[in-house]
Design a protein around this ligand. Structure first.
Ligand code: GLU
Length: 297
């Protein structure tokens, strides 16, 4: 039996929008189709970016769309000790180092050149913590289930930040520690995160964690051709059933699953049951997709 555990891991910087619905739905369908579990993790490591109430709104929105998760919700704000233990392990192995350099100092370089690897440049200044990328000569490579073979040169990735100068944990460290701790076998998320994945693979290797499989999803554009995002003021997902039904259908369409037209008015559980029964990632096309439009051939 294949052991599958997926997750949806939103940052509660605002309510979910159509782009987040597509990511949540794809990871849900992929997990359920495989007879697996689907967990929810709220990535609230950056409190100034997370307005009060946004996480509760996200939970309500997922419920309204019938996307019921397994297990308790994981909150990253509770996870300081686990992230600190991982950083301590990397430091003890000589793989993480404190760095006082400012972005301004290395602005003429494509990535941070590693000046603090052999000792912090200015001990009087606050430090960030970085991962050493220069110790393994191997390229970082993995097969993405949609975008195919990926290969990155460690020299081009640079020494990724694990803990910020302001003391907050960096997304890369938190996501890797939690994916491993929660036993996540499959990561399904938007293609905008694809270029973060090589740092996460490096960290998984440095920490001796298992490496999940990855499926990155096509970019979803709004009707104006712009990427849907909170910054672009993408509208929040509705929570009322009459508005939810056609939008769930549009999300199935955006995932190239070609749901029958009649399904657009069906209850969410019926739409999801159809989606699980028919889920096929071979239908997904890697090109950007417009919200709510069938893909043009
Ligand atoms: N928290 C990230 C976001 O909302 C997603 C993390 C992930 O799926 O790995 O963009």
């Amino acid at each position: 039996m294949i052991r599958y555990r997926g997750r949806f891991a939103p940052t509660p910087s605002g309510p979910l929008h159509f782009g987040s619905l597509v990511a949540a739905l794809a990871s849900f369908l992929d997990a359920r189709r495989a007879g697996g579990e689907w967990w929810l993790r709220i990535e609230d490591i950056d409190p100034p970016r997370c307005p009060a109430g946004a996480a509760d709104t996200i939970l309500r929105q997922l419920e309204a769309f019938g996307l019921h998760w397994d297990g308790p919700v994981r909150w990253q704000h509770d996870r300081d000790d686990a992230y600190a233990a991982a950083l301590a392990r990397l430091e003890a192995a000589g793989l993480a180092y404190p760095c006082s350099c400012s972005r301004k100092q290395w602005r003429d370089h494509p990535v941070y050149p590693g000046w603090c690897r052999r000792g912090v440049s200015d001990p009087a200044k606050p430090v960030a913590w970085r991962l050493r990328s220069d110790l393994g000569a191997r390229p970082v490579a993995w097969p993405d289930r949609l975008f195919g073979e990926q290969r990155f040169d460690p020299a081009e990735l640079g020494d990724v930040v694990l803990k910020r100068k302001d003391g907050l944990w960096a997304y890369q460290l938190a996501v890797v520690v939690d994916d491993a701790d929660q036993g996540i076998s499959d990561v399904v998320r938007g293609v905008d995160l694809l270029d973060n994945t090589p740092w996460q693979r490096q960290l998984q290797q440095a920490l001796g964690y298992p490496e999940p499989r990855y499926l990155h999803l096509p970019l979803i554009l709004g009707d104006d051709g712009q990427k849907l995002s909170k910054q672009n003021l993408a509208p929040a997902l509705p929570e009322t059933d009459d508005a939810v039904r056609p939008l769930l259908h549009a999300a199935l369409t955006a995932l190239d699953q070609a749901p029958p037209d009649a399904l657009a008015t069906a209850p969410v559980d019926e739409q999801l049951a159809w989606g699980i029964a028919h889920w096929e990632i071979d239908r997904l096309r890697a090109t950007p997709h417009r919200q709510g439009h069938a893909p043009t051939p």
